[in-house]
Each structure stands twice: as C-alpha cells, then as structure tokens.
Ligand binder design. Structure first.
Ligand code: PLP
Length: 393
C-alpha cells in the first residue's frame, strides 16, 4: 500500500498494531473501512474529473459510514434499489443529491424513491419510460445508452442500455407521454483497462444529445458518464489522473450548459478497506501447508468469483523463511479456496491474514453459507477531526 498523506489526527487502521487492536475489540473476520481513505479517493477522482459531480454508487459497499463520508465531502449518491433508498433516507441524505439509476424498476420502487424526494431516474426501453406517465410532475429521466465493452472485466452494457440507433425514438416516446428527458447516461463496465470506451461513448452521447435537442425532445442538458474507474488489485492499473485524461479532453468540448455527473463505486471504496481473517486451523497436504481461514469465497472473498477480483493477501506475521502454501475459506465446499501457491511464513491458528483493496463487491456480495457469519464491518476515522472514531455496523 503506498503511503498516503495521512493527517496526524487520524489513525492509520492499516498499521499492524491497529489491525491487532481492532480484531481484539471487534473479533474476526473483520472488514476495516478507513473513511479517511474514502475521502482521499473521492478527492482524487474530483481532481481527475474537475467539474464532474460524483454520485457514489452504493452497490459495492452500502455502508452508512461511507455514505455519510461522501455527503460530508459535498458529494452525491447513486441509488438503485428500494433498500438503498431507505438506507440513505435513514441517514438523512438530501434527496436532491440522489439519483436512481436502475434501468428496470417496479412501480413500487419508483414510488418509494419519489416519496423520499428523488427526481432523476434512468430508463432504457419503452415499457420503462411508460412507467413514468403517472409521475410526470415530479420526475425526469436520463436515458441509458448501451456501448458494448468486451474489454472491461465486467461488461455492464450487455444487460442494460438501449442501442444508440433506438435512442431518438425512445426520446420521442418520452416527449409524447410528457416525461421530461434531462439527458443520457451510460456505464462502460467496471475496472476497464483504459478509457477509450469511455471517450467513444461520451462522444456518441454528445452527438445524440445535440440531435435530440434540435428535435426539441427535452432539455438534454445532463450527461451521466457512469462508473467503472479502475483500482489496483494484485495487478496495478493506470493512475486515475492519466486514465481520465482523454475523458477530460472530451468533456472539455462539451457546451457549458451541460452538467456532467458520474457514478463511481469501486474507485471510491475499494482501496479504503482491508479484510482481516484468522487462521482457524491448518493441515499439511501433499507437502504443502493448507491454512483454513474464518473468511473465504462465500464471505468477503466472494468478489473473487462474482467480480473476478484478485485481492493481494499477506499474513500480518513476517518471516524470512517462506513456504508454498494454500489459503482456504472456512466452508466445507472444495471451491472455497482463496489462493494457492502463495509463499507464506509458517502460520499457526490465530494468525491474521490481511487482504488489501477489499472495499468494493466483497461484503456486499458475501453470504453466510454453512452458517459462517459475514465479516463485521468497522468504520474508522468516520468524522473529519474525530480521532480514530470507530463505528461497527
Ligand atoms: C455498479 C454500478 C456503478 C458503479 O460501478 P463501479 O464500476 O463500481 O464504479 C455505477 N452505476 C451503475 C448504474 C451501476 O450499476
């Protein structure tokens, strides 16, 4: 982990002494969310995308402390479900700072969000646009356009989004019904290697918005460039300032009246969290040590399956002598193996294993298979100026 500019009033919860203390206080397995690192990530992306309003997508880590931290920085939120609406409502979020971006919703989902006060929704097909006929007074739409992205680790444009060729007829339908269209959105997929697809989608959307305005199909003054901004896992990625350079250049050509927003999830929360698991037991099998942890693929490491992520893992104990080892999860399923062929010092029951970059799509998709409880989430440095405040969920 590169050292960050930690202000002295914060503790660095990723330091071994703090990790040990937090495990002592809150047990294992643990996910330690450092809200100061959330702030650092938020500010980095603000710098990489100046003038772009960042709506934190709750999906990768729907934790109250992260939501509160983003709001404390003056940020915005991206909601997709009634559960997320209720969470931010409970936290006292201003609905004007929230958008609802699930392209497919039940009427009840729309109503729950509208009752909270959310105004901006996403639709990508005629049936969905028609659902807003009864909410024309208090809603407006972003139409989601699909740009396939086979290069991204998770291609989100296969499941959602309308073909660019169908966009204008969808906008005409909205105009006929009297639903206000504010603009377009897209999501090029998560953890993309470079921003070429972003720029392609952006330029295509700008053209479509100009045509739609000429046809007087709506305001078309908002462009939502989605999420997908990549972070370092076991493999490092392009630095975010460089990654966004072509996007900044493309945004620079936009007319001033267009408001640009983004929906980052992973980038904000991924690097801000470490996972801590304990060795429950060990066995030597075919000459190699197998260590069985209290967290695994059915728990916080679920992202290794669903999200195709590889978290850098290392033991807290160090030693110069290292042996080829296997880290396995606690369940009785044979698929539940975190990593093989790792060079590790010899570990004992109770030793701690730390996984890095475990904020996004980890706890959110964990299960309690075999009745192994999900990791406890502990948020640290929750309030700027509040020394090492700790809030367990
Ligand atoms: C998942 C999702 C995001 C967040 O994507 P990241 O790759 O985590 O940045 C943003 N918007 C929508 C609509 C999503 O489904």
């Amino acid at each position: 982990m590169p050292s960050r500019n930690q202000r002295p009033r914060f503790i660095d919860p990723f330091q071994p002494a703090h990790i040990r203390r937090l495990v002592k206080d809150f047990g294992s397995p643990l996910l330690i969310v450092d809200c100061e690192r959330v702030r650092v990530q938020y500010k980095k992306l603000r710098k990489a995308l100046p003038g772009v309003d960042l709506h934190y997508a709750l999906k990768p880590m729907p934790h109250p402390a992260v939501v509160t931290t983003i709001l404390g920085e003056g940020g915005f939120l991206d909601l997709a479900t009634t559960g997320e609406v209720h969470l931010v409502q409970r936290l006292g979020a201003d609905p004007k700072r929230c958008i609802h971006t699930h392209p497919i919703k039940r009427d009840q989902d729309i109503r729950n969000a509208v009752n909270f006060g959310v105004r901006t929704f996403v639709a990508d097909n005629p049936d969905e646009v028609r659902k807003f006929a009864r909410y024309t007074d208090n809603t407006e739409l972003l139409l989601r356009v699909s740009f396939r992205s086979p290069g991204a680790v998770c291609d989100l444009s296969r499941k959602f989004g309308c073909d660019p060729e169908d966009l204008l007829s969808l906008a005409r339908l909205a105009a006929e019904i009297g639903v206000e269209v504010r603009g377009l959105s897209y999501h090029v997929g998560s953890q993309a290697g470079d921003s070429a697809k972003h720029v392609e989608a952006l330029n295509a959307c700008v053209k479509l918005m100009a045509t739609a305005r000429r046809e007087k199909l709506g305001a078309f003054d908002t462009l939502d460039i989605g999420g997908g901004f990549p972070i370092d896992y076991a493999q490092p990625v392009t630095d975010i300032i460089r990654f966004c350079e072509p996007i900044r250049e493309a945004l620079g050509k936009l007319p001033k009246r267009v408001r640009v927003i983004a929906e980052p999830g992973r980038f904000i929360v991924g690097p801000s969290t470490i996972g801590v698991a304990s060795v429950m037991g060990r066995a030597k099998r075919e000459g190699h040590w197998w260590y069985y942890l209290d967290d695994g693929l059915y728990g916080s490491y679920s992202g290794q399956l669903y999200d195709h992520a590889r978290y850098p893992v290392e033991p807290l104990r160090d030693s110069s002598e290292r042996l080829p080892s296997v880290l396995a999860g606690p369940t009785c399923d044979s698929i539940d193996v975190i990593a093989e062929n790792l060079m590790l010092p010899e570990l004992k029951a109770g030793d701690l294993i730390v996984g890095r970059a475990m904020g996004a799509y980890t706890w959110a998709s964990a299960s309690e298979f075999n009745f192994f409880p999900k990791a406890t989430v502990v948020a640290v440095n929750t309030k700027p100026g509040d020394e090492g405040s700790v809030t367990p969920l």
